[in-house]
Design a protein around this ligand. Structure first.
Ligand SMILES: Nc1ncnc2c1ncn2[C@@H]1O[C@H](COP(=O)(O)OP(=O)(O)O)[C@@H](O)[C@H]1O
Ligand SMILES: [Mg+2]
Length: 312
């Protein structure tokens, strides 16, 4: 689905365009607001092919070797396998600084460029995130603005000695987009301020236009009448209000609405699938049972939007 001409797209175009990237961008927004989908759509829109898009899925278990690379044994030989960042840097970079001007000339002819998506960057443990902190500090070498990555790989040097591999990658050839849930950066370990400064922030908000567009597409795909989107919009507004005045713990996001449509067996089942999915916004009592008042708010909102829902 094409991205709308909005503020996020403006920031992405300004800083992460193919072949003209300048600064890494972080898309911040609530869960399920369309950050990852938006970043991928932007990459495709910019003409990056699947092999030119390198994704890192951020989670607590990400280790330095996943990002930089590590040695593997293959047929009795020890080989180096690139991690995701190294792969991105290497595909448009070089290992000798004086090769940079030639690399830039060649890339102008070949159009080589790479898109690095660091999904949920603040879920990556702080130690591993330091790798970005170091690598994304731009430097100007031989007149070329570039990022430098120490990969940890040993390369043979003079007189039997080794040196650590360094990859120099022109900034404009590496479009970097990260995503993060709003607020998560306040909840993570120290040391993030500096890494946050490496990124330009764009806030992702689901406006009603996009919400309706996504709902209509999901309904069509499921074989349901796209006009049902009117009910979803009504519910979206009602639950948004319920979240604002703290009567419920969450609102209808793009992810939850698409899931509710996918889960429904027939159109009259939509009220139920919405109610089932809405359980995640209902707080639990001390015994673990859902709060009856909140269940009632959910049920009333679903019915008021025009969906069928027998009982809860
Ligand atoms: N622009 C879009 N077009 C179509 N579906 C979308 C769009 N944005 C989000 N979605 C739907 O919402 C779901 C959640 O979006 P996602 O990008 O994963 O959210 P986030 O990364 O912000 O948590 C997707 O799996 C998709 O079904
Ligand atoms: Mg995401």
């Amino acid at each position: 689905m094409p991205l709308k001409e909005d503020k996020i797209n403006y920031t992405l175009c300004k800083y992460a365009s193919r072949g003209q990237a300048r600064v890494p961008v972080v898309l911040q927004g609530s869960q399920g607001s369309g950050k990852t989908t938006g970043a991928r759509a932007f990459a495709r829109q910019q003409g990056f092919s699947e092999s030119e898009i390198i994704e890192i899925a951020g989670h607590r278990g990400v280790e330095a070797c996943d990002l930089l690379g590590h040695l593997i044994l293959s047929n009795g030989q020890t080989l180096w396998k690139d991690g995701a960042i190294t792969q991105a840097f290497r595909s448009v970079g070089c290992c000798e600084p004086d090769e940079l001007p030639g690399l830039v000339n060649r890339s102008q002819r070949s159009g080589a460029s790479v898109f690095l998506l660091i999904d949920e960057i603040y879920r990556i443990p702080v130690r591993e995130r330091e790798i970005f902190l170091n690598a994304l500090q731009p430097d100007v070498i031989h007149g070329v603005r570039c990022y430098k990555l120490r990969t940890g790989r040993a390369l043979p040097w003079k007189d039997g000695a080794f040196r650590e591999e360094m990859i120099y990658t022109p900034c404009h050839l590496l479009s970097i987009v990260a995503t993060s849930n709003v607020g998560i950066e306040f909840d993570v370990e120290e040391g993030c301020a500096a890494s946050r400064e490496r990124f330009v922030v764009a806030y992702v908000e689901t406006d009603e236009g996009l919400f309706k567009e996504v709902v209509r597409a999901a309904l069509r795909e499921r074989g349901f009448d796209p006009k049902l989107s009117v009910k979803f919009l009504k519910l979206h507004r009602a639950l948004g209000n319920a979240k604002s005045d703290h009567t419920l713990n969450g609102a209808l996001t793009l992810r939850t609405v698409v899931r509710a449509i996918e889960n429904a067996f027939y159109p009259d089942d939509l009220g139920h699938t919405l109610f089932e999915i809405g359980q995640i916004w209902v707080e639990a009592t001390e015994t673990g049972a859902p709060l009856v008042e909140q269940l009632k708010v959910l049920e009333t909102s679903i019915k008021a939007a025009g969906f069928t829902l027998e009982t809860c």
